[in-house]
Design a binder for this molecule. Structure first.
Ligand SMILES: Cc1ncc(COP(=O)(O)O)c(C=O)c1O
Length: 300
């Protein structure tokens, strides 16, 4: 197995508006709308052993976010695809994280008509490990945050917009305050939407359930991968509204996200979920998901 080349060992490159620049020289305008107003969108993408996992679906979601925000990108999807690959290669990244951020562009004043220059596109890479191995072995202790997922009439949670994340950060602060691994977020109706950076799945009667995007869940790439795996395994997986009652009484529960991957949730709000250990179906999905990350995507 090839060793990862760590960021200390070699020069790191960032793709900034179509140009590869050394990371230390990658600078944005202080009037970038992403910085001033959170007026942009992003994708977090993983590379596993030289395989950029589901790059196509990530770029498709980025373009859906941009369309919803009416941000006109100066690059088409094929160009961004090529630049992501170029950045990963330039950084000799075998396994790690790709951050792809866009903003409406540069201009003071919130009116998009004041944007002087075209959109901003930044692609950078990093090493990433969100949780220690212990968390994967034992499962996460999660709380429910008081901060809610906004309804679609405010910031549509289907858009992976920069600005929406102040809300998720507020919820994450609630988790940090009590030493929990993650926070569940409810929608305005009090139903479970997702976690601050992950989607949620429950096992009930041996079947999988996950909240629909209309309940405030991000259309997660890992979520879709788990749905695809369930189909291959012959396990029923439905999108349905869930409440905290369902979470507390689930046979198993797990979270999915690009950063966290698939991780069991074994406690929630001081209730033990199932037998308090990662369940057998969760473990099967973790195993199959790990295999999938090596083959499903774009090779670099
Ligand atoms: C709010 C939120 N929900 C869910 C997810 C999981 O989505 P994905 O599997 O595409 O990373 C993320 C992470 O991207 C997120 O930020």
């Amino acid at each position: 197995m090839a060793e990862d080349v760590s960021s200390e060992q070699i020069e790191q490159w960032v793709h900034l508006n179509g140009k590869l620049v050394p990371k230390q020289d990658a600078a944005l305008s202080i009037y970038d709308h992403g910085f001033l107003y959170g007026d942009g969108a992003f994708e977090g993408i993983r590379v596993y052993e030289g395989n950029i996992f589901r790059l196509g679906p990530h770029l498709a979601r980025l373009f859906r976010s941009a369309r919803a925000l009416k941000i006109e990108l100066d690059m088409d999807l094929a160009t961004i695809h090529a630049r992501v690959v170029e950045t990963v290669r330039a950084n000799h990244l075998k396994s790690g994280y790709i951050r792809l951020s866009i903003s409406r562009g540069v201009g003071l004043g919130l009116d998009p008509a004041h944007i002087a220059k075209g959109s901003t596109v930044v692609i950078s890479t990093e090493q990433l490990r969100l949780y220690p191995q212990e968390a994967y072995d034992q499962g996460l202790d999660v709380i429910t945050a008081s901060t809610r997922v906004p309804p679609a009439c405010c910031i549509d949670p289907q858009i992976k917009s920069l600005g929406r994340y102040v809300n998720n950060i507020a919820a994450k602060l609630e988790a940090n305050r009590v030493g929990a691994g993650e926070a569940l977020m409810l929608n305005m109706q009090g139903n479970v939407a997702e976690a601050t950076g992950d989607n949620i799945f429950l096992v009930k009667d041996g079947k999988l359930i996950t909240p629909p995007t209309s309940d405030g869940a991000l259309p997660g790439i890992t979520r879709q991968a788990v749905m695809d795996l369930a189909k291959e395994m012959g396990i029923s997986c439905t999108e349905a509204t869930i409440t905290l009652y369902d979470v507390y009484n689930a046979e198993e529960a797990f979270l999915t996200g690009t950063a966290a991957e698939v991780i069991a949730m074994t406690r929630c709000d001081e209730r033990v979920i199932g037998n308090g250990k990662p369940g057998s179906l969760t473990q099967r999905i973790i195993t199959d998901f790990r295999k999938l990350t090596l083959v499903d995507g774009v090779k670099v």
